[in-house]
Design a protein around this ligand. Structure first.
Ligand code: GDG
Length: 461
């Protein structure tokens, strides 16, 4: 088997990989590499004044971690700037939050070039390179410019925006041209793939057929949807074990027989948290019978705290939770338990298991792993109900969920009421179709499908 080299913006320290890291990409990449092994290359997460030229190398199990540091300026311009204040909001349809400037864009290409230079020195001739996510779109083009002839694949974890949205990015053509330097580009859903093909055909004057063959910018490549999966058996195992843990028992005791709805999300404006709280308020408004009988537990570990939009969303959320609780709380019941911190994976699985509802209502999401984790953690005899945004990639696979429009508070309130009152038989039916899907397309199946397809791509000599 050829050696696999995975590149992602951020590489966790070996001891943290696959454990507490709150972020879908790290969880999935680690699960994909655990058995097969290989090299995982990217940013260490450290910001330094003077960077060492050689990457730091650490080995754990079958994985070799190779990391480099960033300078303060790179961190601000490449990471906080172009990646998280330009590409992230735009690709999540938040043109109102998208900021663009040439300095940040230049830094984005410079840091990608730094990655390319460092990576070239680590490569063996037969390596297969798999690059992850929007931070590193230009990497293949820069590697090719240095003579790299390797097979290189790319996977986008976030949505690919509709043509009209992407056109608002001043350098959209440079970004898409760079993407075409890969041999294979993977998206989360067919909708993302469709939007990409639209760009290729209508804006780039290229060709993109229904079989996934793309020709544009003097390159031939493959583009396909590879919906990402989770480590379903592991989550199910965590959930079974932790249903009897002290923490889960304490949670149950504190509920005193009330039903629990749970949300777990990085604190990010794309996750629709303010709208979710408002929808929960609407439930209490429209269905007074649930007052005092249901609790929303929202776990939202802080994320990208140096970016102003993330400070704002945090404030908005605190205000909204305060408002709903102020309006409805009784001396022995608080409707929303909002926790601005992370919990261990086992604890989360236990909370999922005892919840009647998994509430996953992003305004846009590439996939949303939490939706799948919630399904995997359920008790087959007495499963909870997933209420899921139609704008999460996961909605394409999880047909047993109650699908909602995350902007429509009244409709979410209706869905919550339905979920709270749904008969056991229907809950089981809905859950079992979703569980089969989550197990079938787990993270190992996902990486296998992606890498098999990459191995089959005809690469120009
Ligand atoms: C990106 C895309 C796509 C969350 N809080 C805690 C915690 N988490 C874990 C969850 C889940 C992961 O982090 C979050 O994954 P999501 O998919 O929900 O969201 P993003 O971070 O935005 O991920 C997304 C994903 O990449 C993969 O392709 O699905 O669309 O945006 O695994 O459980 N984990 C722990 N404590 C927490 O408090 N341990």
């Amino acid at each position: 088997m050829k050696r696999l080299v995975i590149v992602s913006n951020r590489v966790p320290t070996p001891s943290k990989a696959g454990t507490a890291a709150a972020g879908g990409l790290a969880v999935a990449v680690h699960a994909a590499m655990r058995d097969r092994g290989g090299v995982w290359f990217g940013w260490s997460g450290n910001v330094v004044e003077d960077r060492e030229h050689q990457p730091k190398i650490a080995k754990a199990g079958k994985i070799t971690y190779a990391t480099i540091d960033l300078t303060q300026e790179e961190y601000e311009q490449y990471y906080n700037g172009f990646a998280n204040r330009t590409l992230w909001p735009l690709f999540h349809y938040r043109m109102d939050l998208t900021e663009f400037n040439r300095r940040n864009m230049a830094s984005y290409f410079e840091v990608n070039d730094l990655f390319a230079n460092t990576l070239v020195a680590l490569l063996k001739p037969d390596d297969v390179i798999w690059v992850h996510d929007y931070h590193l779109i230009p990497l293949a083009e820069l590697l090719r410019a240095k003579g790299c002839k390797h097979r290189i694949g790319f996977f986008l974890h976030i949505p690919w925006p509709a043509l009209e949205v992407l056109l608002a990015l001043p350098n959209h053509s440079a970004i898409v041209r760079a993407l075409c330097a890969y041999d294979q580009v993977g998206f989360q859903t067919k909708d993302d793939l469709y939007a990409f093909r639209q760009y290729i055909m209508r804006e780039a004057g290229g060709r993109a057929d229904h079989d996934g063959n793309v020709s544009a910018f003097n390159r031939n490549l493959r583009a396909e949807a590879f919906p990402i999966g989770i480590d379903a058996d592991r989550i199910a195992d965590y959930a079974r074990k932790s249903q009897h843990s002290r923490q889960t028992k304490r949670m149950l005791d504190s509920l005193r027989g009330r039903q629990l709805a749970v949300g777990v999300d990085r604190l990010d404006y794309s996750k629709g948290l303010v709208e979710r709280f408002q929808a929960f308020e609407q439930l209490l408004d429209s269905y007074p019978e649930h007052r005092g009988h249901v609790v929303l537990l929202q776990i939202a570990p802080p994320s990208r705290e140096d970016v102003p939009e993330y400070m704002e969303i945090r404030q908005q959320l605190e205000t909204t939770a305060g408002h709903v609780n102020g309006r409805y709380a009784e001396f022995d019941w608080v409707p929303i338990r909002y926790l601005n911190r992370g919990y261990g994976r086992q604890a989360l699985a236990g909370f999922f298991r005892i919840s009647s509802i998994g509430l996953v209502t992003p305004l846009r999401d590439g996939m949303n792993l939490v939706a799948k984790e919630y399904v995997a953690a359920q008790n087959p005899q007495d499963p909870g109900v997933l209420v899921l945004s139609r704008f999460a990639g996961a909605a394409r696979e999880l047909e047993g969920a109650i699908i909602v429009n995350p902007y429509n508070a009244e409709a979410i309130a209706d869905a919550l009421h339905q979920a709270l009152t749904i008969p056991l038989e229907e809950r089981r039916e809905r859950w079992s179709s979703m569980y089969q899907q989550v197990r079938k397309n787990d993270v190992v199946a996902w990486q296998q499908r992606y890498l098999d397809a990459l191995a089959d791509v005809a690469v120009a000599a």
